[in-house]
Write a protein that binds this ligand. Structure first.
Ligand code: GUN
Length: 300
């Protein structure tokens, strides 16, 4: 059996086009332009790339982008003052503080200072609690992107057996909550799970989010299962030439594709969905702030 390749690049382009359509309607009918503020502290090269990409795609969707770049030595109190200003700014509907923050800052204190209604990352403790208790929440972007791909693949997820590999606050735990909300039977596996191969082999849905290159081989996968690979790992690739590297996921794509029903590639799977869902969350936050109906198909 050869798995279907789930095309996240194509799907995310559809999500972004859908967001842009809603944004154009909001402007025309209500005179409102959704705005996203992104805050970057320091000069981490990977974070700089993400932030640039977020800004560009925000503008392409017709929204306002506010970028705040602060030096690495910024005092936490100054960052908190900026967050307070953004909380109070009616043109800002979404606030994202790029992580990781420098070591002298308390990430939880900064994230929990963001107005939960503007917390488009879904990291604020009140959004975490609201997701866990089934209340309307802002949902973390990467798990939301995985959920959209799974709903598109299966239609209803009700009654499916799902295994999430990885227990991070950003992906593993919220992913498990979302699958539970869609009535899956959910297991979270992690580095201490006994006989992980046997646990994963029960799953109709596997979401791998551990950050270990090609950790999940094909013989862990139930035939026909749908496999979502969240990992983005850079590995040496001497076969491409001396000193070359390439990106791989947490899943061994070639062996998994022999067994699975469908699988996301890396790159081009989950990755492009994250920023698309950030735009969707910004639109959702804007609609909620204006007491307008939420955009259909773009929320959890
Ligand atoms: N750093 C890496 N991924 C993310 C993310 O999804 N949100 C934020 N705020 N920082 C990140």
């Amino acid at each position: 059996m050869t798995a279907t390749r789930i095309d996240g690049k194509e799907f995310s382009a559809r999500v972004r086009a859908d967001v842009a359509t809603h944004v154009a309607r909001l402007k025309a009918d209500h005179g409102i332009t959704p705005g996203l503020a992104v805050v970057l502290v320091g000069e981490d090269p990977a974070s700089q790339v993400y932030v640039r990409s977020k800004g560009k795609q925000t503008v392409e969707a017709g929204m306002q982008s506010f970028e705040h770049k602060l030096p690495v030595e910024t005092a936490q109190s100054d960052l908190l003052n900026l967050v307070a200003r953004l909380n109070a700014d009616p043109a800002v509907h979404g606030i994202l503080v790029q992580l990781p923050l420098p070591d002298h800052m308390d990430e939880a204190a900064v994230i929990n200072a963001i107005d939960p209604a503007k917390d488009v990352d879904g990291f604020h403790i009140s959004n975490v609690g609201r997701l866990a208790t089934g209340q309307s929440a802002m949902v973390p972007c990467t798990p939301l992107g995985c959920l959209m791909l799974l709903r598109d693949t299966f239609g209803s997820l009700s009654g499916k057996t799902a295994v999430v590999i990885g227990r991070s606050n950003i992906v593993g735990k919220p992913m498990a909550q979302l699958l539970l909300r869609d009535s899956c039977t959910v297991t979270i596996a992690h580095s201490r799970t006994a006989d992980i191969a046997e646990v994963v082999r029960r799953a109709d849905i596997v979401v791998a989010a551990v950050g270990r290159p090609q950790m999940v081989p094909g013989d862990w996968i139930k035939p026909g299962a749908v496999v979502i690979d969240v990992g983005i790992n850079r590995i040496d690739a001497p076969e491409l030439g001396e000193g070359k590297t390439r990106l791989v996921g947490d899943v061994d794509f070639d062996s998994v594709a022999q067994v699975a029903g469908a699988v996301t590639p890396v790159p081009g799977g989950v990755g492009p969905m994250t920023i698309a869902c950030l735009l969707a969350n910004t639109l959702t936050a804007c609609c909620r702030a204006a007491n307008l109906p939420e955009p259909e198909g773009l929320t959890a």
